[in-house]
Design a protein around this ligand. Structure first.
Ligand code: OKP
Ligand code: ZN
Length: 379
């Protein structure tokens, strides 16, 4: 009997971060990155109990792995922002910037943000990352859940390697794990939040893997080699920025060419210094279909992911590529997702999926499940 995929999640991902509203194209709307997103995905996975094993076990990795990726002043800001905001008379819905230091503002002096309203502009690049009373705790918890799944990835990969060597498993069926978390992470940079993201869960996981002294790359004996595959509709500007100047991890992304976050994601952004050549952006046209998407994904895998010789794949799993997603524009259908999962399986490398976007509540479970089941070769 084929083994089940382990799913790591926490009820805190539903309950701790529930902003009441956001602004989209100037209109006040409900918060699209809503708590029920996690609930509907969970419900779908629970209905497929022969395929998924869900656990709420969360290990506490402390602040260390988070501080490896995010700057201390930014972490401190996230931790205290809401309280300061309320003390200053801010609206109880949560912290939202009023003035963002636009790049055309000439900052000749060293004037530093002194109050929370000023800091909110310093540490946030859009109006979607509301900081509520428990947002920091929720983001912290999401990072810890992701790290818990990452530790399990290491264990599963070791077990897989032994099974392959013993001839009881083949490379075509690598182990997969899934961190079902929110808030998401791929827009969060080292010291700025935005795009519903506060702490970059996947980046924290990748850095943690690289930092483990006992984990060595099969290819070169150095630290484990990590390839990131960002398949969310939006470009992961946060993950790109965090790893822009390093050669490991490799960051790759398929995303819309002319949508949020607008100012990053060009194919000309290739990394800098030692990181040059290790940042791969593949912008896709707005009307991308299943066939287009899978073709571009397979090419990305062949040209960049496999030659990198990764020990682990980390997937920023967004399904806002779905045709009816309310804030996106691709034409991928529910039949497309198992194909995407299958393409990732064929890399033959142990894989951790980390939840990012996807806002069509009605099909969210089916679409996420489709990728995971496709990866398991069950469809
Ligand atoms: C987060 B993730 C679109 C406005 C979008 C924020 C979107 C954040 C997406 N017209 N506002 O990558 O799914
Ligand atoms: Zn997205």
């Amino acid at each position: 009997t084929p083994s089940r995929m382990k799913v790591f999640t926490s009820t805190l991902c539903t309950t701790m971060h529930t902003p009441a509203y956001e602004f989209l194209s100037g209109a006040k709307t409900h918060y699209y990155e809503s708590p029920d997103r996690r609930d509907v995905i969970l419900k779908y996975l629970e209905s497929q109990s022969d395929a998924f094993e869900i656990t709420e076990r969360t290990e506490d990795f402390g602040a260390g792995p988070i501080e490896r990726v995010h700057k201390q002043d930014f972490i401190d800001y996230l931790k205290t922002a809401y309280e300061e905001w309320i003390e200053e008379g801010g609206h109880p819905n949560g912290v939202l910037p009023g003035t963002i230091p636009h790049y055309k503002i000439a900052r000749h002096g060293k004037l530093k943000a002194s109050n929370c309203l000023a800091k909110s502009g310093e540490y946030c690049f859009d109006l979607s990352a509301v900081i509520t009373k428990d947002t920091f705790k929720a983001a912290w918890n999401a990072a810890q859940v992701t790290l818990t799944a990452t530790k399990e990835l290491v264990r599963a990969a070791d077990e897989f390697e032994q099974s392959v060597e013993a001839g009881c498993a083949t490379r075509e069926n690598p182990p997969g794990l899934y961190a079902l978390v929110r808030p998401p992470g791929h827009h969060a940079q080292s010291d700025i939040c935005g795009g519903y993201c506060y702490l970059n869960n996947l980046a924290i996981a990748a850095q943690w893997l690289i930092d483990q002294p006992d984990l060595k790359s099969k290819a070169d004996g150095g630290p484990k080699r990590i390839a990131i595959l960002d398949i969310d509709f939006h470009h992961g500007n946060g993950t790109q920025e965090i790893f822009y100047t390093v050669a490991n991890p490799l960051y790759t992304s398929l995303h819309s060419v002319d949508d949020y976050p607008y100012f990053t994601g060009s194919e000309l952004e290739k990394g800098e210094g030692e990181g040059l050549g290790f940042n791969i952006n593949i912008p896709l046209v707005q009307a991308t279909t299943n066939d287009d998407y899978v073709e571009k994904l397979d090419k990305l895998i062949q040209d960049h992911v496999i030659p990198f010789k990764p020990d682990y794949i980390l997937v920023s799993l967004g399904v806002d590529t779905y045709k009816d997603d309310p804030i996106a524009g691709f034409l991928v259908t529910s039949e497309g997702y198992p194909r995407i999962g299958n393409s990732i399986r064929k890399i033959g490398v142990p894989t951790l999926f980390v939840q990012e976007g996807g806002y069509c509540i009605e099909k969210l479970g089916l679409n996420v499940g489709g990728i995971l089941l496709g990866f398991m070769g069950r469809t």
